[in-house]
Design a protein around this ligand. Structure first.
Ligand SMILES: *Cc1c(COP(=O)(O)O)cnc(C)c1O
Length: 449
């Protein structure tokens, strides 16, 4: 991790908690010295529930879903990407808000079904869905399966015809558009393990194969450019590529796409200085370019699905930790050790992701101390925030790391046999534990000795 080299120019930003703006959950407020979210005192919550603790602002999640529904001047379906954050309580919010759900793999589908979610509103993804996963999805009656490879077309055809089902599918297309984000989360480029390329003829072959095989109904196309995308121009470019391909489908195969699924990827503010495009800007751009690009296709304009994940939940989430030790290495850096780390948030180790933090019990003070928040695991790279500004830390303080609602809980692990944190939903002064903390018994449940 290159950024662990001491940076003599690093300075605390001195911002107060409230100056962190869009990084905070919508309902965050400072009352006297404490940080509240959803009307709940996070310091008391940490005492009641223990730390590490994931806290989610329900009003924030609902606000983001509504923003997507309102951002497009088009017939739009919002399909939340479950891999960002998923449990039964989250699934129920989606159902209440009239949203669809993207699942990747049988486990996510099982969570959706366990919560009573309408399978017709489920979209199934994955670049190598197993025969068992495809069978589970088709038998459940999922709305759409997004086909990623030729082998899958034959598998779906066989499973569906055996059951007398005609399964609606989309084809995942690589539009050959490169979004500006981390290499590991770019997915729309030509060199990607996901989907069918257009230039190499694979997409057209997939259309032919889908039309030739019984038991599946080709409804349209899917793209996903990547994640944490700040500049939304590539979506307009991709729409142009899709429209050209739609025209070929229409003229050569008489199967113009009825549905265009544009994936997710809109970025969020992890740091106060981050300025991602807004949901409203994204909606306007897509509205304009769908109409423009499909004006010449000669077939009815397709209905649009968008699949946001991170931008729904990331800033709704805060992770609470207790400071256990402080090592001030003079002239190098000050390590503040917290009671969690890469097991509850792998993103700094995986992507060099950066996070803002505040001390929840000193939330009214300026963040004028530069520290490195170190996890408790046996890896030097187990850092949650390097050169982060926080209030002057002391042992026993409750640190709130911000923007942890996406790709934290769902990427958590039991490394060092660490038990996973509980998840608490906060709303209008009430805190509800929606996933309990793991126990040592949970760790031993699969161990058959
Ligand atoms: C991950 C993913 C999403 C969600 O991406 P975000 O960057 O979290 O918005 C949407 N669709 C597909 C197919 C994905 O793989």
């Amino acid at each position: 991790m290159g950024h662990l080299v001491p940076n003599p120019n690093a300075q605390a930003d001195g911002r107060t908690t409230t100056e962190l703006g869009a990084v905070l959950p919508k309902t965050a407020e400072v009352r006297t010295s404490r940080l509240f979210v959803g009307g709940v005192d996070l310091v008391e919550l940490a005492r009641d529930q223990g730390t590490a603790l994931y806290v989610m602002d329900v009003e924030h999640i609902k606000h983001q879903l509504t923003s997507y529904k309102e951002a497009f001047d088009l017939d739009i379906t919002v399909a939340y990407a479950g891999k960002a954050f998923l449990n039964k309580a989250m699934v129920r919010i989606l159902a209440e808000e009239g949203c669809y759900l993207d699942v990747s793999g049988g486990g996510e589908l099982a969570i959706a079904l366990a919560a009573g979610f309408d399978p017709a509103h489920v979209i199934v993804h994955g670049n190598n869905k197993t025969v068992q996963e495809l069978t589970e999805a088709i038998e459940a009656g999922v709305g759409l399966i997004v086909v990623d490879c030729l082998e899958e077309i034959e598998r779906i055809s066989r499973i569906a015809t055996e059951r007398g089902i005609e399964q609606p599918v989309l084809l995942r297309i690589k539009p050959g558009v490169v979004a500006d984000t981390h290499d590991y989360i770019v997915t729309g480029a030509e060199d990607s393990k996901f989907g069918f390329g257009i230039t190499d003829g694979m997409a057209e072959q997939a259309v032919r194969t889908a039309l030739e095989n019984p038991g599946l109904k080709l409804k349209g196309l899917h793209i996903h450019l990547g994640s944490q995308i700040f500049s939304i121009r590539p979506y307009a470019e991709a729409l142009g590529v899709l429209a050209a391909f739609a025209e070929l489908m229409h003229t050569t195969y008489q199967c113009a796409p009825e549905i265009l699924d544009l994936g997710g990827g809109l970025g969020i503010a992890y740091q106060a200085s981050d300025e991602p495009a807004t949901i409203a800007e994204y909606g306007r751009l897509i509205t304009q370019h769908v109409t423009e690009a499909f004006g010449n296709v000669g077939a009815p304009e397709p209905t649009i699905i968008v699949e946001p994940g991170r931008s729904i939940v990331a800033n709704a989430g805060v992770t609470l930790y207790t400071v256990g030790a402080i090592k001030d290495l003079k002239g190098i850096r000050c390590y503040v050790a917290i009671d969690g780390g890469m097991t509850d948030n792998i993103r700094p180790a995986l992507y060099d992701a950066r996070y803002e933090a505040v001390i929840a019990n000193k939330a009214n003070q300026a963040r004028d101390t530069l520290v490195t928040l170190a996890g408790k695991h046996c890896e030097s790279g187990d850092m949650i925030a390097v050169d982060a500004s926080i209030q002057t830390p002391e042992v026993g303080d409750i640190v709130a790391v911000l923007g942890t609602g996406a790709y934290n809980a769902t990427m958590s692990s039991n490394y060092n046999a660490q038990v996973r944190p509980a998840v608490v939903f906060v709303e209008q002064g009430a805190a509800t534990v929606v996933q309990r903390r793991e126990t040592y018994e949970d760790l031993l449940r699969r161990d058959l000795g």
